[in-house]
Design a binder for this molecule. Sequence first.
Ligand code: AKG
Ligand code: FE2
Length: 603
Amino acid sequence: MYPDQPYLTVPEINSCLVNKYEGSESYLPKHSDCEVSIHPESSIFTISLGQSCDIKFTERESGSVSSQSCPDRSLYVMSRRSQEVFDHEIEQGSMSDGTRYSLTFRCVSWTHKNSTCMIGDSNTRFLRFGSHRRGTFGEQMPGQKFWAPKIRDIDPVSCMGYSNVVLLCGINDIKESHVQCEKDVADCYAELKLKIKQIKLLSPSTKAVFVCQLLPTKDLTLNRKVNDFNRLLHFDLFPTCKDVEFVEGFNQFVCNRVLAAELSMHLDRHGRFDMLHLNRAGGRVLAGMTDDKMKKIDDQLKKTKADTKRLAGRPRNKVLRSPQKSLTGSSSDDYCPCKKYMEGELSVECQSCLKFWHLYCVGLKGLSEEMVESLENWQCSDCYLCPHSYKEKITSTSSSGTMKVMIRDELNAIQPVIKVTVENAVRNILSKSVCSKEDVEGVVKSYAAVARESQKEVIQQAALAQSSKKVVESVVRQMDADKVEREKRRSNVVVLSAPEPEKEASAEQKKKEDKNFCSNVLGIPLKDVETCWRAGKIDVSKPDYLRPLVIKLKSEGLVEEWTKDGKGYKTESGFWINKDLCAADRKANFLAREQRRTRLQKT
Ligand SMILES: O=C(O)CCC(=O)C(=O)O
Ligand SMILES: [Fe+2]
């Protein structure tokens, strides 16, 4: 029935059901062998003994009927999966007088009631379960794992007969460079939704489809798409699809700027080149944020609440909202050193130098006017020593050194409170499935509450988080740009020193000439060429310069073919054909060549 599926499958046969039919009046009512206790991969073998009979098969969906005659001493085989689609029966009158025995062999066990199949991408790689060779989720839940890097690879047929289906897929789809906006993410989600529909249609005996949220990655840009995807799961799939269970992930975590930066700081140290997986270390960071510290957090929270109460009613900090021009008596020197006008941006006054600083510029963006006012004795980073110089100077024995030791001790003391308070706020939003603006504000507020005690520390933390975030973000941005560029050039090859077409010719004629060059000189048949063009503009100051000829081929395979597996080669006519590399790859190749050259010179 499904030629690409193994028909006779492996599980060992452990049961034999014997039916005895006596006389022509005997019959077997319409049914299918789809009990959940039959192994989903088990084939069903039936031997007929005594006399022949006809087995009638009805396709449930269409009602179409066919029959199979089973002579004495014959064997017929059905797949377990076919039971989701067909009913079978033996009608009255199909046997003659006399006795018929049928022996039906299957793999049956009560544990298969909970059989589970998981279909997913590389994030399922450490999840082990199924038959003993693959590990198990627990003796009560045997199952199979199927590999599906992309949503399109999910094969609904492979879910047939499993009581539970777990899907963890989508990250590789939204990672694609053509998935740019929320709508593109929604298209990926729609594909997944269709797969779920197909699964439910094909496998009526499946009790529930579990859909996992996508996990955050080390790639902050990608995490935005992760959030969009998870939001759709939450707001569309979960409420509208019956029997779809939702598997919570960590999407709220990446909604939060401060924590996303903190996360990236942790994760960047491990597996630098793999931006997609948090790996074990990253997973531990996430898990650590949610589980391990809960008890401690609860205790600390009580203490923090008490501290916050004690601090209420202190003098308020000055706060200012742009436009700055409306300010009387403040020269531009008094204003934020960024010297940029940011409409509506709040600013905070440093209590030492009396300059106003944009909240954005000092890493306090997100705080409300009220929160800023409640910061006590706020100082800018010019007046407040940054932690690095602080550490260097701390060893001096001057009187100000003693003062700094005191400050350091104070800061060390407040450190756990900050961590705990923020973690608690995060925990609260983690229990929800999607993080709202208010939730994020809650986290920032908790930061601000601690800030009343020591806003210097908050600034340090924010500054640290921001600087690491900036580095990560710029690397990610560059990598993303490279990815897009690589994608664009995927099916191109480049030819250097190809003679330029006649200057006077029309654009169309020039293109024709270049195409003729491809086929007549280089030998690339025109059926393989999508289009071609010249890279760059004609430079009148360099009359001898020949612009590279870029040829877009019909497929990537042709690029490999025409560049001899990407290495590049010289045609018989003496022109080099190379892959069209992006700037980053060209540079990498250049450096590799240089290294090779230096090595050769040394030897
Ligand atoms: O007797 C047969 O050939 C069919 C038996 C059967 O379908 C069953 O026992 O479920
Ligand atoms: Fe049956």
